[in-house]
Design a protein around this ligand. Structure first.
Ligand SMILES: [Zn+2]
Length: 139
């Protein structure tokens, strides 16, 4: 399809009459589509009449329920008991430790040679050093 002088004249007349682009395309025929009418009018610096798009009436939404945020009710955290210092560390060498001795290193007496707590315990550390080693409750 080509725009001849006659079709361009018809296009201008039909557009000036206020027809919509689809109606102009139907009137011109000859394979001219609505989009080609709009494109040609744009290139000519003219504007095609726009069909008003039927709009759906806006549905009003029901109001959102407001969230009320309350602070969580929590019992005050009990303060972890402060570990009491152990004055009774036995300061054992590694050779003096037995299977039930606390293995907490107390001091380094030589490079890589430590003295250990050595208090009797059923676990790895005595009560005092367990609280230091596994200090999870203090967080
Ligand atoms: Zn200990």
């Amino acid at each position: 399809m080509t725009w001849t002088k006659e079709t361009v004249d018809d296009l201008e007349k039909l557009n000036a009459a206020g027809l919509y682009a689809s109606e102009i395309a139907d009137a011109l025929g000859n394979g001219i589509t609505r989009n080609s009418v709009i494109g040609k009018l744009n290139r000519m610096g003219l504007r095609a009449a726009h069909k008003p798009v039927p709009r759906r009436p806006r549905q009003k939404r029901p109001p959102r329920p407001r969230l009320r945020i309350f602070p969580p009710i929590l019992a005050p955290k009990p303060k972890p008991a402060e570990p009491t210092p152990v004055e009774t560390a036995l300061h054992c060498t590694i050779m003096e430790l037995h299977s039930r001795s606390c293995r907490w290193p107390i001091e380094e007496i030589a490079p890589r040679q430590f003295l250990f707590c050595g208090n009797d315990t059923g676990e790895t550390y005595c009560g005092y050093h367990s609280r230091i080693a596994y200090n999870f409750t203090a967080r």
